[in-house]
Every structure is written in C-alpha cells, then in structure tokens.
Write a protein that binds this ligand. Structure first.
Ligand SMILES: NC(=O)c1ccc[n+]([C@@H]2O[C@H](COP(=O)([O-])OP(=O)(O)OC[C@H]3O[C@@H](n4cnc5c(N)ncnc54)[C@H](OP(=O)(O)O)[C@@H]3O)[C@@H](O)[C@H]2O)c1
Length: 352
C-alpha cells in the first residue's frame, strides 16, 4: 500500500511479443513508475522507446529485479524457468508469457475477462499467461460457456507466422520474396520447396502453403500446441473434463491467429441469441453478415485488441452445437495485451 507508482520490468523487451508490449505500454493508461527493459546480454546497451522515452536495455541478472514490483517475462520457456523464480525471490510478482508454469497447480492461468479473481491466488508469486492460440478464442468461448455450459470443443487453427517469434516473421517475408516473381511456382510438387531453401522455424515452406504443424511432437501424434489448447482451456474455464480436439495449422499470415470452432453445450443454443450475447461481452466484437461479405479476417483484425467473431451458425445436426470462426491478434490479446491487463490488476494492488 503506497502512493508510489509500481516499478515494472519487461524481460524479453527486444522480441516479437516484447516489441508489441512496449507499444501497448505506450498507449494504455500509464499506471507504472519506472519501466526497466531487460533482454539477453546480446541486447545490453540497445535503446528502445517506451512511453515516448528512450530506455537502455539491461542484460538479465538477479540485481536487475531489485526494487521491481511486477516483472513481465516475454522470453523462451527455458529462460523463464530459470529466471522467473529468481525475480520472484527478489520481491517481484512475475507475469510469465512462456509455457514454463502454465499447468502448475500453484500457478494461476489468467484471462481477466474470464477468471480475473485467480490473480490473487499466487503462492509462488508467478502468474501465467495462456498460449496465444487458446487466448485467441477463450474470451468468446468463456462468454458462451457462462450462458450455455460448454461440454465439447473441436478446434481447427489457422496460425500466423509471428506465433513462431520474430524468426517466423522474417522467414515468411524471405520466402515470399523468393516466390513472388515466378508465376510457375505452386504448380508442381517440390517446386516451392526448391525455391525457398530456408524453412526457418517451420517444418515445411510457409509461402504459398499451409502447414499442419505447430510446436513439438507429443505422444500419439499430437503437437504441443494442440495439447496446450486442450489443457489450458480446461484450466482457465475450470472444466477439468472438457472434451477438446484441436488441429493446429500454420498459414502464411504475418500476425493474427484464426480458429474455426465447433462448440457443444449442455443446453440448446440459438445463433441470434449467441450473436447478441457475444456482442455484449467485453473484449468481443461480432462481425457476421456474410451476405455483405462481412466476417473477420486476420489482415483486418491485426493490431486490434478484441476477439472478432463471425460465421456464427447453429449446427445443422445438433441443436446444442454452434459453429463459428474467430480471429485474435496473437501478439496483442494472444500475448502482450493479456499480460498487460494482468499486470494492471497487480498495479491496482500496489497503489490501492
Ligand atoms: N509469438 C507469439 O505469438 C507468442 C504468443 C504468446 C506467447 N509467446 C511466448 O512469449 C515468449 C516470447 O516469444 P517471442 O515470440 O517474443 O520470442 P522472440 O521474438 O524470439 O523473443 C525472445 C526474447 O527473449 C529474449 N531472450 C532470449 N534468451 C534470453 C536469455 N538467455 N536471457 C534473457 N533474455 C533472453 C530475447 O532477447 P535478445 O533479443 O537479447 O536475444 C528476446 O527479447 C515465448 O515464451 C513464447 O512462447 C509468444
């Protein structure tokens, strides 16, 4: 309890999520005193702009967390695993964007529109931010669940290159440059593979293609990304037995994940009512008039905060099921914005 504005550290400030975070911190209501920017030793001394001021990036070290109230971590899993407990030990509350702690029982997994109360349930002083694919849909699904009681989710994702970090974005642009001028490409098996040469973080060329893979291989052929959608949805919604089936696919989009969803509920649903309900839910925008060509697409949604929902239909074969298509910016609500919202809830604790 004090009148001092809390000190924030942004760890991973130079990365894909970190860059969006600095933009978000510069445009949302300013609730922070000092903002410290942290990355690896490679970036130490670099100057980045936040809130209109240039700030020097510091190399990560235990001392960098001294006096920090809230530390956002936008770094790879192994870096969070090592450094988040050190930051917490030094007195910071950590909001972690990696997958390092998401399923730990003593770490809450928070989406403010769905389970804000979990922010206070943090015995290790670490709070996890969900995976971007789960986050891109869960605000809308959470609103439908509150009304109808969710029992099953079947999800197909259309995930953007930036979900694989800055390297994913660079790879997509490099590949597009290599295929853009040859109008014969995409007409013979193997011609695009030969033209792009560098696959970057993807297992197949992304330019002129779709790739049915995101993450690492887990048991029985599932990808880590598909298991995250299942496990994290269950934890956030408090539905440990929710039936979830996900197929995660990478598409040649720079930023903004899209998902086609078949959701089944415990009661009958009505498409118009679902449309109204979603339209009145915080963080959700309904854009659903196919006669006028109106539905969300990633290039129109990128850079915006809400989850955009369209193509809302009641299943032809099951009156308890809805089919819908939604888009969410994986670097904003899917990562940086949700983290910023959680951090703002913490900032209130420090200043109230
Ligand atoms: N991209 C998405 O859509 C998305 C969405 C949700 C969550 N996430 C998660 O957010 C995290 C960051 O993802 P990203 O896409 O922003 O990755 P990225 O573009 O590769 O950036 C990684 C960041 O981590 C820093 N870093 C790397 N090794 C470090 C070390 N040893 N010590 C300190 N800092 C280190 C990098 O600093 P240098 O520049 O100095 O190397 C950089 O700032 C990951 O856990 C990712 O899974 C990503």
């Amino acid at each position: 309890m004090s009148n001092r504005l809390p000190t924030l550290a942004v760890v991973g400030a130079t990365g894909a999520v970190g860059t969006v975070m600095l933009d978000i911190l510069s445009t949302r209501k300013n609730v922070w005193g000092e903002i410290r920017l942290v990355a690896s030793a490679r970036s130490a001394g670099k100057r980045l702009t936040v809130r209109g001021e240039e700030v020097e990036v510091q190399a990560i070290s235990p001392e960098v967390f001294d006096g920090v109230d809230v530390a956002m971590f936008d770094v790879p899993d192994e870096v969070s695993k090592e450094w988040a407990p050190i930051a917490a030990e030094r007195g910071a509350v950590v909001v972690d964007n990696s997958g390092a702690f998401r399923l730990d029982d003593d770490v809450p997994l928070v989406v403010p529109e769905v389970n804000a109360e979990q922010v206070r349930n943090r015995p290790r002083n670490i709070i996890s931010n969900p995976n971007c694919t789960t986050l891109s849909m869960i605000v809308a699904i959470g609103a439908l669940h509150r009304a109808y009681g969710l029992t099953d989710l079947v999800v197909s994702s259309y995930q953007a290159a930036s979900g694989a970090g800055q390297q994913g974005v660079d790879t997509l642009y490099d590949q597009i440059a290599k295929v853009a001028t040859d109008r014969t490409l995409g007409t013979r098996a193997g011609d695009v593979r030969a033209a792009v040469s560098d696959l970057g973080p993807f297992p197949a060329p992304l330019a002129l293609n779709v790739v049915p893979w995101a993450g690492s291989l887990k048991d029985d052929g599932w990808s880590s990304e598909e298991l995250k959608v299942r496990n994290e949805s269950r934890k956030i919604l408090g539905l440990p037995d929710l039936r979830v089936s996900a197929t995660c696919v990478r598409v040649p989009v720079v930023t903004t994940h899209s998902l086609a969803i078949h959701a089944t509920f415990s009661t009958e649903v009505d498409a118009d009512e679902a449309r109204r309900l979603l339209a009145s839910s915080p963080g959700v925008v309904v854009q659903d008039d196919p006669a006028k060509g109106e539905f969300p697409t990633p290039i129109d949604v990128v850079g915006t905060d809400p989850t955009w929902v369209g193509r809302i239909r009641r299943s032809l074969d099951d009156p308890r099921s809805l089919d819908l298509f939604l888009c969410g910016d994986n670097l904003r609500k899917g990562a940086a914005l949700n983290t910023a919202q959680i951090a703002e809830l913490l900032a209130e604790e420090f200043t109230s």
